[in-house]
Design a protein around this ligand. Structure first.
Ligand SMILES: Cc1cc2nc3c(=O)[nH]c(=O)nc-3n(C[C@H](O)[C@H](O)[C@H](O)COP(=O)(O)O)c2cc1C
Length: 346
């Protein structure tokens, strides 16, 4: 069945139900050893935060929040996979409806609110998965944890995820957890990163292996905030940055009825905003040729191979996909890999 037809069926369903149906369908096909893209480029020998990856096209966080679909998703050809956001305790997330498609804009609006089964459940899934590639675990805080105690939740998840992750993402940029984005403020960020770096060092000694840590940032930041974040990231020797999460700016939706709803917007309306942040971040983070480059993973509004090329041209070392997969289907993965291969050949 073509994705066009499948999309018609999926789009006729409620967005959250169709998300689960699509993932369960993918898992079913994977069990039947269905290989959708047998001719995808096998290994481009790339590197991300010191980790070898076959290609720089990754799955963004939030699609597989609990690590229930790791093996099925890896069969699509991703060079790396990020699961989560996961919190210490399981939580329901925000009341439904909380996920909306906006096809006229090739966009999604979500206010899921870190619905997840908790870190223990996720780790159990990671242990069961056969996937041996690069796996990022994206961590956050529970909604009931006061923002002043957010560090405790990140440390809790870091401790449990460390030995099972290829890298850890510190998510401080979801718009759907109250006050989370205040952690991007200069003092708050320095405080959080200082403590997490210290714990990473202790854990690397305990487990005798170094697991890199990346920070995921929002697109709703100005240049001064980007400069402050870049300084903090460098100062604390953070291994990578993921730019960006969804935007709270819905002006691009015009008069659309969802433009007044709470939540984060992703897909086509995010492309330009996310690219602006990426470009500024690359300029301010990696402006000293005597210092090692801190890799940036570009995510936000990639709907085609040419969007991949643009992210890489703007200073991303790797990219991640989410909303593009909903509108373009799994075919976007090989298309992105080919675009990345052409970019690297240049
Ligand atoms: C439904 C949905 C849920 C998401 N959940 C998370 C999440 O739990 N953690 C996170 O870091 N990002 C989450 N994101 C953000 C994506 O990882 C990505 O940064 C964002 O959607 C921009 O990329 P895109 O335009 O390709 O979708 C979510 C996005 C969507 C659409």
């Amino acid at each position: 069945m073509s994705y066009h037809l499948l999309q018609k069926i999926l789009f006729a369903m409620d967005a959250e139900r169709s998300h689960i149906a699509a993932l369960n369908g993918l898992k079913f096909l994977h069990r039947l050893h269905f290989n959708p893209f047998p001719n995808t480029i096998k290994d481009m020998h790339c590197n991300l935060m010191g980790l070898p990856i076959p290609n720089p096209v990754g799955l963004a966080a939030g699609l597989d929040k609990n690590g229930d679909y790791i093996d099925a998703l890896s069969a699509l050809g991703f060079g790396f996979i990020e699961i989560g956001t996961v919190t210490p305790k399981p939580q329901e997330g925000n009341p439904k409806p909380r996920l909306f498609r906006i096809p006229q804009h090739q966009a999604v609006l979500n206010r899921m609110g870190f619905n997840n089964q908790g870190i223990d459940y996720l780790i159990n899934n990671v242990k069961k998965a056969k996937y041996s590639g690069v796996l990022g675990i994206n961590i956050g805080k529970n909604a009931t944890t006061p923002i002043e105690n957010a560090t405790d939740d990140y440390i809790y998840c870091l401790d449990r995820a460390y030995n099972f992750a290829s890298y850890i993402t510190i998510n401080i940029s979801s718009p759907n957890t109250k006050n989370l984005r205040t952690l991007q403020g200069e003092d708050e960020l320095n405080n959080l990163l200082g403590k997490l770096k210290k714990r990473q060092t202790e854990l690397s000694e305990k487990f005798e292996k170094y697991v890199p840590m990346a920070v995921k940032i929002a697109p709703d930041v100005d240049e001064n905030q980007i400069i402050a974040m870049a300084q903090a990231i460098r100062h604390h020797n953070i291994d990578g940055v993921i730019a960006t999460n969804t935007t709270i700016d819905k002006s691009s939706l015009g008069e659309h009825k969802l433009s007044n709803e709470n939540g984060g917007l992703s897909g086509r309306p995010l492309t330009e905003k996310s690219n602006t942040v990426l470009k500024l971040l690359a300029t301010h983070l990696n402006n000293d040729e005597h210092q090692k480059t801190i890799p940036i993973i570009g995510v936000g509004g990639i709907m085609s191979g040419s969007d991949v090329a643009e992210k890489l041209n703007n200073g991303a070392q790797a990219i991640q996909l989410y909303t593009g997969l909903i509108y373009r289907g799994p075919q976007l993965v090989p298309e992105s890999i080919i675009a990345a291969a052409q970019h690297l050949k240049k």
